[in-house]
Design a protein around this ligand. Structure first.
Ligand SMILES: *Cc1c(COP(=O)(O)O)cnc(C)c1O
Length: 430
């Protein structure tokens, strides 16, 4: 397999782009080698600039849940393109997408569209503070909520991959209202509640993807809902990754909880830049123009992005691929574990609907501390062998792999061959 054109573009890209990437998760820092440059994609496959074809399990880190360039989505985008790109005034498409989203989340009467998951979270936090009059926010280590200052502490995703404790350039005042708790540990939250009376919200990934996939225990998630309610603290579910992914109503539907404020992104834009935050009327009425909490956006509710979102969500509803995802994830888990036991490699597979990833560790992974004990060297060897056998995975041990509804049984056969080769290679590490 040749990567000549990717290497060329990487060198060229280094001149005027930072690390030749526009998001650090795309760098291959933790797996070694140079990042791949992509030419195009269709269905479950993605092709790099050298003409190598891969089964895509990155899927733009989640958005491409139908696979690439689904014909109904492509048609809707082309139609919208012909009407104009951006107006600075409302369109019917915004109302349509808002209806689909609010119907999917029972705790949501109104929604505001923004342009990214980061923007959704920073607005949701401002809203929680506006609504409660309190400033403190509890977040969990290993959860990633975008790159706003106050959330860049003990965060997962690229920070975990690059082993960064937080970020330079974040003033200490920006994080002095951020309290850190441990995922799946209700006592760590209770401790903050007993020490601080001015907590506005607890924010979490209801199922994490940004330290790898970690599910909350029933006691933890239901206990957290009860505890926040009793204390008049808002619960913010950051479903930027999980929204519409493992169930149409997000992780909340599968776990049986209702957030006070929900953040969305990724799937909701079908590959275009869309984020959203929504809540009950009494909370959303704080947002301008109805209330005094200001939040705005020149391109928010962009008509092309709305068309992509509406068509993606409508098609998702039509296909209802969630049971199929469960079955495929089951199959993938069994492929991984049987190859691992065949070659004597220790792994733990965590999954949630269409999100799955193996940790190179023997023990269960239930929080960030445990996730960080994984053997990232083994992951790097595994990653490159998977690439060589035509499977594109996120270049990090701490990112979820994603499934799309375009995956075929032939793809799964090829995936199995790749996993066998990759696990063999891992077992040969001295
Ligand atoms: C991706 C992600 C974000 C940030 O979204 P961007 O669109 O990258 O700004 C926030 N929260 C979670 C849970 C995410 O997975």
């Amino acid at each position: 397999m040749k990567f000549k054109q990717s290497e060329k573009l990487y060198t060229k890209g280094l001149e005027n782009l930072v690390g030749a990437v526009n998001s650090p998760v795309r760098a291959f820092a933790s797996v070694g080698g140079n990042p791949l440059f992509i030419d195009k994609a269709k269905g479950s496959k993605i092709k790099d600039v050298d003409g190598n074809k891969y089964i895509d399990m990155v899927l733009s880190y989640g958005p491409m849940i139908l696979g690439h360039r689904h014909k109904r989505v492509e048609k809707a985008i082309s139609k919208a393109l012909k009407k104009g790109y951006s107006f600075g005034a409302s369109t019917n498409a915004e109302i349509k997408l808002a209806k689909i989203v609010c119907d999917a989340f029972p705790g949501m009467d109104k929604v505001r569209f923004v342009n990214s998951g980061t923007e959704a979270v920073l607005s949701a936090i401002r809203l929680a503070r506006a609504h409660t009059g309190n400033d403190k926010i509890v977040k969990f280590s290993g959860c990633y909520h975008g790159h706003m200052d106050a959330m860049l502490v003990a965060a997962g995703s690229g920070l975990a991959t690059l082993s960064l404790p937080g970020s330079k350039g974040v003033p200490s005042q920006a994080v002095e209202n951020t309290l850190i708790a441990e995922y799946n540990n209700l006592e760590s939250v209770e401790k903050h509640f007993s020490e601080h009376k001015d907590i506005a919200a607890v924010i979490l990934e209801p199922v994490t993807g940004n330290m790898g996939v970690v599910q909350p225990s029933q006691e933890f998630i239901h206990g957290l809902r009860k505890l926040t309610k009793e204390n008049g603290v808002l619960l913010i579910c950051d479903e930027v990754m999980t929204g519409f992914r493992s169930k149409f109503g997000g992780a909340q539907e599968l776990l049986g909880i209702e957030a006070d404020i929900t953040c969305l992104g990724k799937v909701i834009g079908g590959g275009f830049p869309v984020g959203a935050y929504g809540a009950r009327n009494e909370i959303m009425e704080n947002v301008a123009p109805l209330g005094g909490m200001y939040q705005a956006g020149t391109l928010s509710g962009n008509p092309i992005a709305m068309a992509a979102g509406i068509s993606t969500l409508s098609e998702l509803k039509r296909q209802n691929p969630y049971e199929k995802f469960e079955k495929i994830a089951e199959k993938i888990a069994s492929i991984l574990t049987s190859a691992a036991s065949k070659y004597g490699v220790d792994i733990t597979v965590n999954k949630f609907g269409s999100m799955i990833n193996p940790f190179f560790a023997k023990e269960e992974i239930t929080n960030f501390t445990e996730a960080q004990k994984c053997d990232t060297e083994k992951f790097a060897v595994f990653f490159w062998e998977m690439i060589k056998h035509g499977v594109f995975l996120p270049p990090s041990q701490f990112e979820s792999w994603f499934l799309c509804s375009a995956l075929s049984s032939k793809d799964l056969e090829n995936f199995e061959v790749a996993v066998d080769a990759a696990m063999k290679k891992v077992s040969e590490i001295k």
